[in-house]
Write a protein that binds this ligand. Structure first.
Ligand code: GRF
Length: 192
């Protein structure tokens, strides 16, 4: 199974997934929507081809995603993994990859959807803070939840919380991808 990771920024989750030793899965391409994102440096270092699609160069989301989809077909992509991808996924990609698009969000969904989730949870003085991996659908951060992990905030600073969140993300995301998809084609056929 071949994975495309979509990312917009730092790319620490991209790196965690791309360097994970799966049995039958491989990250074969990075899709990025920002030409100066640090994740592009990571992909170079990891020798994974990266393609930048700038949304404002397109008339609308459909045109933008249609162009991306063409590339995904060329790379024979089976699974899309969003890792800090700051755009909403539209119908073109959702229809082409039903139940094959995952996202990670730094909160215990359904709480604190959208941007600045860690800050918001921290400022709400929640007792527990965590992360969620979910399927992507047309609702922002609203798809079916696959896995969550959390910890007690106690007297942690915001910086400590952020660092712990990212640490958990780098452990949980590859593991969930492995549990969901890391099977050979033969096993898939046999389990039908
Ligand atoms: C992560 O916290 C992820 O949960 C959120 O965006 C952040 C991306 O971090 N969706 P990175 O670019 O993978 O370092």
């Amino acid at each position: 199974m071949r994975i495309a990771v979509f990312a917009s920024g730092n790319g620490s989750n991209f790196e965690a997934i791309a360097s994970y030793k799966f049995d039958f899965l491989e990250v074969v391409v990075l899709i990025c929507d920002k030409s100066n994102a640090y994740v592009l440096d990571r992909s170079k270092r990891l020798n994974i081809p990266a393609y930048v699609f700038i949304p404002c160069n397109y008339e609308n989301r459909k045109a933008y995603e249609t162009d991306i989809l063409k590339l995904l077909r060329e790379y024979k992509i089976d699974i899309i993994v969003l890792a800090g991808y700051m755009k909403v996924v539209g119908k073109t990609l959702l229809d082409a990859f039903p139940n094959k698009i995952l996202n990670i969000h730094p909160s215990l969904l359904p709480d604190f959807k959208g941007l600045n989730a860690i800050n918001e949870a921290y400022n709400h003085n929640v007792e527990k803070i965590g992360i969620t991996i979910h399927y992507v659908n047309e609702d922002l951060d609203g798809g079916k939840i696959i896995a969550q992990d959390s910890f007690l905030v106690d007297d942690m600073t915001l910086e400590e919380v952020e660092a712990k969140i990212h640490k958990l993300e780098h452990i949980l995301y590859p593991k969930v991808i492995k549990d969901l998809f890391d099977r050979s084609r033969n096993e898939n056929i046999n389990s039908r």
